[in-house]
Design a protein around this ligand. Structure first.
Ligand SMILES: C[S@@+](CC[C@H](N)C(=O)[O-])C[C@H]1O[C@@H](n2cnc3c(N)ncnc32)[C@H](O)[C@@H]1O
Length: 238
């Protein structure tokens, strides 16, 4: 039985996903379960609402360039692709993920008609050929140190022409406890059970985001709590 953790500061315990190599079929099970968690907890809604705000008033046929950092198996970009086409926009989407198995699984899960560029590599080594309108991420920033988050915030601010949106977790004992109960009940993959609960402990509270934003020199970002313990930070440029 795990002792009650300390929620007063971010945990720096590494996630299994970042440190343990497992066969592709096993990892596929992990990412499929993570996708189920996201669907069950309506995780994509804040990001989709941000993109709706960002593209409000854009005429039909306009190109929409979005970069997704840490795409996992790519469900968010596939969702954005479907939404953008329904909305009459022309999606040009790029994902960046460190893990080569994520690229393999994202390609395998993406219909060939969706032309999404799945890039493998460290985000901090990536420079886009063309400026994205929006840079988004989900469950990604808690993988970084505070210093890396500040670097990321500055880079996003310089790189995205229209705005950026970070969708991550709120570090709270209730999120941790309820996720553990749900994950064990659902019998999710051992990585999802372990890393999901640890992700809450690695995540942020609002005051920490205010400090990180100030360190990055960003004064007008919007910090909002969304249901199911998502703490999201975004900025729409004028
Ligand atoms: C928990 S998964 C999130 C997947 C997906 N975005 C979601 O919401 O379910 C975090 C992803 O970030 C990726 N990642 C971690 N550090 C990274 C880095 N420095 N550059 C690019 N990707 C990174 C990992 O490989 C992993 O696929």
């Amino acid at each position: 039985m795990q002792a009650w953790p300390d929620f007063s500061a971010r945990s720096d315990e590494p996630e299994w996903m970042d440190t343990q190599a497992i066969p592709l079929a096993d990892f596929a099970g992990c990412l499929a379960d993570l996708e189920q968690v996201n669907r069950l907890l309506f995780a994509a809604h804040p990001t989709m609402a941000f993109l709706q705000r960002l593209t409000a008033g854009w005429p039909q046929g306009t190109e929409l360039r979005v970069a997704d950092l840490g795409y996992g198996q790519g469900a968010m970009l596939r969702r954005i692709h479907l939404w953008a086409e329904r909305r009459g926009l022309r999606p040009r989407l790029t994902g960046i993920d460190l893990n080569p198995q994520c690229r393999e699984l994202a390609i395998a899960n993406t219909p060939s008609a969706m032309r999404i560029d799945w890039h493998q590599g460290d985000l901090f080594d990536w420079s886009p050929a063309e400026q994205p309108h929006a840079i988004i991420s989900a469950l990604f920033t808690h993988h970084l140190t505070n210093g890396q988050v500040v670097r990321l915030l500055r880079w996003q601010e310089q790189t995205a022409s229209h705005g950026w949106f970070i969708n991550d977790l709120h570090r709270h004992w209730l999120a941790w406890g309820s996720f553990r109960m749900l994950a064990w009940t659902m019998g999710w993959h051992r990585f999802v059970r372990h890393d999901g609960a640890l992700s809450v402990r690695r995540a942020f509270v609002a005051e920490e985001w205010r400090v990180l934003l100030a360190q990055a020199g960003i004064s007008d970002a919007r910090l909002r709590w969304h249901p199911m313990f998502r703490l999201c930070v975004g900025r729409l440029k004028a």
